[in-house]
Design a protein around this ligand. Structure first.
Ligand code: NOJ
Ligand code: MG
Length: 531
């Protein structure tokens, strides 16, 4: 591909905003659209290119917006359509892109479609959801489970059938085998695309189609009782069915009717299955989210092997992407520690492929322990003890050292991290050596250097807990050396090299000229421009 054939989403960096927690403009304790607008200058200066906002649609909030009751509206908690239009305009004025979260697998049980569907067995929308007769013993039709605990089937007294819900019973799954459902949801996509939205992150893409024979999922031989109840089975028949690829392709065709729009899929699958979502001839999702950095042990050899496996599995012209954090997983600074989080940031922003940054990770925010009585997440409340709470990674963004870190003057919907008086955007912005400054530098250099945003990736075999690779474009070469461990390592590759440190996790090394054999301190990362 020629340089000019690369589009904004190949070259750019995505930033995820969890809208409830970003910035509250009306002081009700919950972030909102006007709040995001207030912070667009920050995002622009930080150096990200696209903002993905988690769901902002009308919703009873059983799953904090992932239970949508109107796909083409705005929840009053977040603002109104006028606010949304302003947000889109303001994002575009800053030459950034706006990506919405699309939740097509399930709606809210309060969506008018579901209300109709459940009203009677012969309602025209009955088949829009997944209804089945009870098993002969009166129990659920098969053994499919809910990700959030318990059976995936809910009995409906009024009509004597069960409906399927992969998540909460308040989130009934739509029947994507029904052409009317397909048309309705593709029209939803068009509605937002017509407004000028730049793309979608599609929620649980791999769940969208289920086995048409409703066969039982097999037991998981690796299950133990410390795991959540969903792990009892392998979702072989309830997820990732071949037919899902036809649906993804249909979504892509809608996207392709517009200019340079982006289709991202949320997919938690092993690499071999994940890459199928690029579609035949790359006519599926542009970016099936690659969650390996969320899941792998923090070990250089394992991560290097995974990068190579992924690079090797990508279809021709399939573009890679990397995710370090999101609203469903423990924050990187808590998973690998504050020191390693800096190395992780350098990894994310120097790998080949579109990076997605989770809000607050650029500051080094950590998981916040939430007192029992303040837990909000249904995943935790449904299965106390085994269902992991996602609240700790969803706490308010830390803007300054005023009350509630400048997030709200009201009562924040989740408590803040205690350290916010120090760890906030205002204090860290120009502080030498801060995590925020590291992000700013990495983003700036990545945007400037083709080798970093589209260049080739070549691993450099190295010792111990070192992860090293080259990024190359035409004559430009960067060498990245990351120490993923807490002890010193020696780096001495087989080829001859010399260069200048452009960015270092420990800033005193920046500008140094290095060559051949170097010592890499614990938790250190170097981004070196080769001569
Ligand atoms: C994935 C979303 O990221 C998560 O937050 C949500 O609970 C489930 N899908 C259900 O929509
Ligand atoms: Mg608010």
């Amino acid at each position: 591909m020629k340089y000019n054939d690369y589009l904004w989403w190949h070259k750019g960096v995505i930033y995820q905003v969890y809208p409830r927690s970003y910035k509250d403009s009306d002081q009700d304790g919950v972030g909102d659209l006007r709040g995001i607008i207030e912070k667009l200058d920050y995002l622009k200066e930080l150096g990200v290119d696209a903002v993905w906002v988690s769901p902002i649609y009308p919703s009873p909030m059983a799953d904090f917006g992932y239970d949508v009751s109107d796909y083409t509206g705005i929840h009053p908690l977040f603002g109104n359509m006028g606010d949304f239009d302003d947000l889109l305009k303001e994002v575009h004025e800053r030459e950034m892109k706006l990506i919405l979260d699309l939740v097509p697998n399930h709606s809210s049980n309060e969506h008018p479609w579901f209300r109709e569907s459940r009203s009677s067995k012969d309602n025209p929308k009955r088949d829009w959801y997944i209804w089945k007769d009870p098993a002969p013993d009166g129990g659920p039709p098969n053994n499919w489970l809910s990700v959030f605990g318990g059976p995936g089937w809910e009995y409906d007294e009024a009509t004597g059938q069960y409906y399927y819900h992969a998540f909460l019973k308040e989130q009934p799954d739509l029947n994507w085998r029904n052409p009317e459902v397909q048309k309705a949801m593709l029209d939803v996509m068009r509605f937002w695309l017509e407004k000028g939205v730049d793309g979608f992150r599609v929620d649980v893409m791999w769940h969208m189609v289920k086995d048409d024979q409703f066969r039982d999922d097999p037991p998981n031989p690796d299950y133990n009782d410390k795991m959540n109840s969903y792990s009892r089975k392998i979702p072989a028949f309830s997820t990732d069915q071949d037919e899902v690829h036809d649906i993804v392709h249909k979504m892509r065709r809608v996207i392709d009717d517009y200019d340079e729009r982006l289709l991202i899929g949320e997919i938690y699958l092993p690499i071999s299955k994940l890459v199928r979502y690029y579609g035949e001839d790359n006519r599926g999702a542009h970016l099936p989210f690659n969650f390996q950095l969320l899941q792998l042990p923090w070990d250089a050899a394992k991560i290097e092997a995974a990068i190579s496996e992924y690079e090797g599995a990508l279809p021709e012209h399939g573009w890679p992407n990397w995710v370090l954090g999101n609203h469903d997983n423990s924050r990187i600074a808590s998973r690998v520690g504050k020191e390693q989080a800096r190395v992780a940031a350098m990894l994310l922003l120097s790998l080949r492929g579109t990076p997605t940054i989770y809000y607050g990770d650029e500051l080094g925010m950590e998981d916040v322990e939430i007192p029992k009585e303040k837990i909000q997440d249904p995943q935790a409340l449904n299965e106390p003890g085994v269902g992991r709470s996602r609240d700790p990674e969803r706490t308010p963004m830390q803007w300054d050292d005023s009350k509630n870190a400048g997030f709200t003057t009201g009562e924040p919907w989740l408590p803040l991290m205690e350290n916010y008086r120090e760890l906030n955007v205002e204090k860290q912005w120009s502080k030498e050596g801060s995590m925020l400054q590291l992000h700013r530098k990495l983003l700036e250099l990545r945007a400037k250097e083709p080798a970093l945003h589209i260049g080739k990736y070549n691993p450099v075999p190295s010792n111990g807990n070192l992860l090293a690779y080259l990024r190359e474009y035409e004559q430009e070469k960067f060498l990245i050396v990351l120490n993923l461990g807490a002890s010193e390592e020696i780096f001495e590759p087989e080829f001859q090299w010399q260069g200048t440190v452009k960015i270092a996790t420990h800033t005193e090394l920046e500008g140094e000229k290095l060559n051949q054999k170097i010592t890499i301190a614990a938790n250190q990362g170097l981004l070196i421009k080769l001569d």
